[in-house]
Design a protein around this ligand. Structure first.
Ligand SMILES: [Zn+2]
Length: 145
């Protein structure tokens, strides 16, 4: 599998073409890369009840989980033909860090170059969630078997 950020953005771009975004017209695709080299793509799926909309990132991660990937998220590329620097929303940042606190986020700038940041940069102080897991008595082995 080609792990080049540009290639991952290309796969995200292909996924964006499948977006179901009749309300916002804001099409987004995502491509999640895992340690074993697997990639999973997703697109945003809107609903007339806006709150039920799912973002491309969560769509891609859901596809990965459905195929047995629980841990090992290495990177997720996000692309929109309707906006540069399409960073994940707050909900998606929380989803991404659920599966890896070291994931790279790859977006495209207005010149077409990939921009990479870590999920920790986008979601600071997320260590707090480890405290929540302790309260819930869930250990990391249960999260990523
Ligand atoms: Zn989102």
């Amino acid at each position: 599998m080609n792990k080049d950020p540009i290639h991952l953005l290309e796969l995200a771009s292909e996924a964006a073409k499948k977006a179901y975004a009749p309300y916002s017209k804001f099409r987004v695709g995502a491509c999640a890369l895992y340690e074993d080299g697997s990639v999973y793509t997703g697109c945003n799926v809107e609903n007339v009840s806006y709150g039920l909309t799912i973002c491309a990132e969560r769509s891609a991660i859901s596809a990965a989980v459905a195929n047995g990937e629980h841990g090992g998220l290495v990177a997720i590329a996000i692309f929109s033909p309707d906006s540069e620097l399409c960073f994940p929303c707050g909900a998606c940042r929380q989803w991404i860090i659920e599966f890896s606190d070291n994931a790279k986020i790859i977006v495209q700038d207005k010149t077409g170059k990939p921009v990479e940041v870590s999920i920790k940069e986008l979601l600071p102080n997320a260590e707090f969630m480890q405290n929540v897991r302790q309260v819930l008595q869930v250990n990391n082995n249960e999260l990523h078997p």
